[in-house]
Write a new protein. Structure first.
Length: 232
């Protein structure tokens, strides 16, 4: 299998403009590969920079230095050097992301929240909604909740909607930031099965998972982010 993602000497720091421009280093010298069909788990203590690395890959954070090389359909893109328009295109066609919190437009139904990535990539709405319904069923979201905006749901239900939205499209790269943190054991098992399916489809997965049992079930390799601690 070829490397879909290659992070090369990436560095990130944050400037605190309201604190006199103090610079807080986050991570430095970040290096790892993720191959098609492989899950790489990022490990390390809270605050070590795991989520920052995912956000650099997704393009939410700009790297101070280094490259984040994404390969898809005979095209190679350095995310760290890409313009915002290119980043948006990658999010539509190449990178799926399940964050820790669901961010959805108010008053939009759960079914349409989940279907939206397929609609954005060119599927007709009826097909997208049908596939969204199947994914919601797999994640044990009752059909009576599908027409309701997910902002009214419990935390666990919102996270399952979030997972359904991220897992529905088949994209080459899938980023997971604590996807099972608020789930019961049964729904954790569903997510583990969904990740296994993605790997069989040749998707490269980068995951932050604190639950050791889940991590052991999904990860082919682990990367200890403590090795990338930036000097102050």
């Amino acid at each position: 299998m070829f490397a879909i993602l290659e992070v090369i000497e990436a560095r990130k720091s944050f400037t605190m403009h309201l604190q006199g421009g103090v610079c807080l280093p986050a991570v430095a010298g970040v290096n790892f590969l993720v191959h098609a069909g492989e899950c790489v788990a990022l490990i390390g203590p809270s605050g070590s920079g795991k989520s920052s690395i995912l956000k650099m890959i997704f393009g939410s954070y700009r790297c101070d230095e280094g490259s984040i090389v994404l390969r898809h359909a005979d095209t190679t893109t350095d995310i760290a050097a890409s313009e915002p328009r290119r980043i948006l295109a990658l999010r539509r066609d190449t990178i799926a992301y399940v964050s820790q919190f669901l961010r959805a437009v108010p008053r939009v139904s759960a079914l349409d929240v989940v279907a939206e990535p397929l609609v954005a990539s060119g599927f007709d709405r009826e097909t997208a909604r049908a596939r969204a319904g199947i994914m919601l069923q797999r994640l044990n979201i009752p059909e009576r909740l599908w027409p309701i905006p997910p902002a009214t749901f419990s935390g666990g239900e919102q996270q399952r909607v979030n997972i359904a939205r991220g897992f529905l499209p088949v994209m080459p790269l899938l980023l997971l930031d604590e996807p099972t943190a608020s789930l019961d054991a049964g729904n954790c098992d569903v997510v583990v099965a969904l990740i296994a399916e993605k790997k069989r489809q040749g998707v490269a997965v980068v995951a932050i998972v604190h639950d050791a049992d889940v991590r052991d079930a999904i990860a082919d390799r682990v990367v200890d982010v403590a090795a990338f601690a930036a000097a102050a």
